[in-house]
Design a protein around this ligand. Structure first.
Ligand SMILES: Cc1cc2nc3c(=O)[nH]c(=O)nc-3n(C[C@H](O)[C@H](O)[C@H](O)COP(=O)(O)OP(=O)(O)OC[C@H]3O[C@@H](n4cnc5c(N)ncnc54)[C@H](O)[C@@H]3O)c2cc1C
Length: 298
């Protein structure tokens, strides 16, 4: 039986892993990436929970995966997929079409923006979703991080190395982050927490000057002075290119069966774009491998 060609959409850790594994098994594979290879961790300076001495940063991991995949024969295309035709395994980009027998959707997810007055107006003027990229601009200044999960704590701990004060504003009563982050945060002198607190507005004229917050228990409001706000309040899927009929959950993440096949025959979804993805880089590598094996077997 002929080995099918495969197109992988997305060059994050999942997509790079999938493309590499397909190529290692002797099939032709094209991997399309819209932006930065490495995806969500492309700008993460220090990876956590990923035991690979050769790649302790997101960029380092992406480089290592791209080199391995290139050596194995992956054809990389630095262009977004604009549309797919699942029946023919055809993917359209700005410069043409790519044909593959199987499609692996590894388009991941994006950080959810904070939807309060001031957030859009001050984006890039103090509102940022990359502490590793923009944090250095706020050395010795006060900043706010929004959220209580791994990403929020990872970025808050990074900022606390050089910012005067980092206030973590979290709607919950306790952090959802891994224990190592919680322990490091609890003992950090430059980290402060506002529990059960929601951001109502980001204030500032041409730059961030503070955030107005409301305590959800006693309804009291206050303004926390700060020069930057870093929201890490969850993810939303990059699934717009999939046909409307593909099964998704209420938040838009793609449903898959046990082999990571979607409701469309021959179309697989892996990594942060799918329902039930456990969230870590180790899972992304595993998902990519599983999707590659399943796509080739289908
Ligand atoms: C701030 C932050 C820090 C994190 N740090 C860690 C950590 O230290 N350790 C850890 O284990 N996990 C970490 N994670 C989790 C980790 O990022 C995810 O598990 C992993 O990135 C998921 O990989 P992915 O390839 O599925 O998705 P993504 O990383 O989202 O990659 C998807 C890729 O697809 C591309 N794409 C989207 N649409 C298209 C299109 N139409 N055409 C072509 N390409 C497209 C995107 O540009 C992107 O590059 C972190 C997450 C965040 C948000």
């Amino acid at each position: 039986m002929a080995v099918p060609d495969v197109i992988v959409i997305g060059g994050g850790v999942t997509g790079l892993s999938a493309a590499h594994q397909v190529a290692l098994r002797g099939a032709r594979v094209t991997c399309l990436e819209a932006d930065l290879f490495g995806g969500l961790v492309a700008n993460v300076g220090v990876l956590e929970g990923f035991p690979a001495a050769a790649a302790d940063s997101g960029a380092g991991l992406a480089d290592a995966l791209v080199v391995a995949a290139t050596d194995a024969g992956v054809d990389f295309v630095a262009e977004p997929a604009l549309a797919i035709d699942p029946a023919g395994g055809v993917v359209t980009t700005g410069s043409g079409t790519h044909r593959g027998g199987r499609l692996i959707i590894a388009t991941g997810a994006r950080l959810r923006p904070l939807d309060v007055p001031g957030a859009a107006e001050l984006a890039g003027k103090g509102v940022s979703q990359c502490a590793f990229c923009d944090g250095g601009l706020y050395k010795n200044q006060e900043v706010v991080v929004v959220g209580g999960g791994d990403a929020a704590l990872q970025e808050a701990l990074h900022l606390a190395r050089f910012c005067a004060k980092v206030t973590v504003v979290h709607r919950g009563r306790r952090l959802r982050a891994r224990r190592s982050y919680v322990e490091r945060a609890a003992n950090h002198q430059r980290l402060a927490f506002r529990w059960q607190t929601a951001i109502e507005e980001i204030e500032g004229d041409g730059g961030v000057e503070g955030v107005r917050v409301r305590n959800m228990a006693d309804r009291a409001t206050e303004v926390i002075p700060c020069r930057a706000v870093f929201p890490f309040i969850g993810l939303e899927p990059n699934a717009d290119i999939l046909p409307a009929g593909v099964a998704r959950d209420s938040r838009g993440f793609v449903e898959t069966g046990p082999t990571l096949e979607t409701s469309l025959t021959g179309v697989f979804a892996a990594g942060a774009v799918r329902v039930g993805f456990p969230g870590q880089l180790a899972n992304a590598l595993g998902d990519g491998t599983a999707a590659a094996i399943a796509a080739l077997a289908s």
